[in-house]
Design a protein around this ligand. Structure first.
Ligand code: HXC
Ligand code: NAP
Length: 270
């Protein structure tokens, strides 16, 4: 059986799609024929991404919005709906992260990450809901291993991403009857990304992270993009409410290795 991934004529919206993993996802869909819209806070990053997406030959557009601002999201998404029609795929991946021990973190630091990752995910889904293709839409939330693996210096991210996965499961139940599927992807350590720069800032931590992956390599944005396309394709038409690691097996062994490296980095002995 020949398997063809083709999103020609489909509308794909990637929130937080202007760098790293999410931009890689947007590019995958653009390469496979989709009309792609991206959004993030920086208009400059939006413009740069839209230009790159158009170079694949299809239509692309974007708008700037902070996912903490639900009105800005509603406004931007309405312009996408007007130009590209209903959303066949919605990818929600805006997130913030920094390593900080709980005792050293202000209440506002913890809140900022919860506001961006968890409330932001809800805002995106809620604002996009009226525009989702029904039946048939695929919503993919970008989670992280922190959602189910406790990690030192990541209390804020662990709490927020655990919430993201529960939002995924609850929306899959509520929106399933309308033919809308909702899933989470959990990327492992992905090479060249802001997340890895922040969590593995030294060559030693980067190499230890790579060694902790059973496949013995960091992932690429293409690895995540491919699975996002699979989940949003007819091949996955009976898949909803799953939290799917795309991590080379990274999460199988827990995160104690990365945790102790971050502990050493943030709590130097003596
Ligand atoms: C302690 C910190 C801090 C740090 C910021 N804060 N950085 N606290 N350690 N390193 C505190 C600030 O002092 C402030 O609290 C509060 O957090 C909000 O900071 P702002 O800079 O005002 O917030 P804002 O401009 O909204 O920026 C949000 C951000 C920022 C999350 C802090 O880093 C950001 O925009 N990040 C987006 C890009 C990103 O993080 N990408 C990586 C995603 S990777 P006070 O009390 O002073 O007001 C990921 C998973 C990776 O999510 C998993 C890998 C395996
Ligand atoms: P990244 O390059 O920093 O991507 C984050 C994106 O979200 C950017 O486009 C950013 O653009 C946007 N964004 C951030 N805050 C926003 C806000 N408040 N409102 C709107 N947009 C916002 O990070 P990444 O490392 O590729 O991570 C991407 C996703 O993968 C995140 O959900 C992260 O949790 C997840 N993840 C990453 C890894 C990894 O190895 N990197 C591992 C597991 C999970 P602006 O700055 O313009 O807003």
């Amino acid at each position: 059986m020949a398997i063809e991934i083709d999103f020609s004529g489909k509308t794909v919206v990637v929130i937080g799609g202007t760098s790293g993993i999410n931009r890689g996802i947007a590019e995958c869909f653009a390469k496979h024929g989709a009309k792609v819209a991206v959004a993030s806070r920086s208009q400059e990053k939006v413009d740069d991404t839209v230009q790159a997406l158009k170079a694949f030959g299809g239509e692309a557009m974007g708008f700037s919005a902070d996912v903490r601002d639900v009105d800005a999201l509603k406004l931007g998404l309405a312009t996408v709906f007007e130009a590209f029609g209903s959303f066949d795929v919605l990818v929600s991946g805006a997130a913030g992260n920094f390593p900080a021990l709980a005792k050293d973190m202000s209440a506002n630091a913890f809140k900022s990450v919860v506001d961006i990752d968890l409330l932001g995910t809800f805002h995106v889904a809620h604002a996009a809901y009226p525009h989702l293709t029904r039946p048939g839409a695929s919503v993919v939330n970008i989670s992280a291993p922190q959602a189910f693996l406790p990690m030192v210096a990541q209390a804020h991210v662990c709490a927020a991403k655990a919430g993201v996965d529960m939002v995924t499961r609850c929306l899959a139940m509520e929106w399933g009857p309308e033919g809308i599927r909702v899933n989470s992807i959990v990327p492992g350590p992905i090479d060249g990304t802001e997340g890895m720069k922040r969590l593995a800032p030294t060559p030693k931590i980067m190499e230890a992270t790579r060694q902790s992956v059973p496949l013995k390599r960091l992932g690429g944005t293409q690895d995540v993009g491919s699975v996002c396309m699979f989940l949003s394709s007819p091949l996955a038409s009976y898949v909803s409410g799953v939290v799917l690691p795309v991590d080379g097996g990274f999460s199988l062994a827990g995160a104690s290795g990365l945790s102790s490296l971050m502990e050493t980095m943030l709590m130097p002995s003596g």
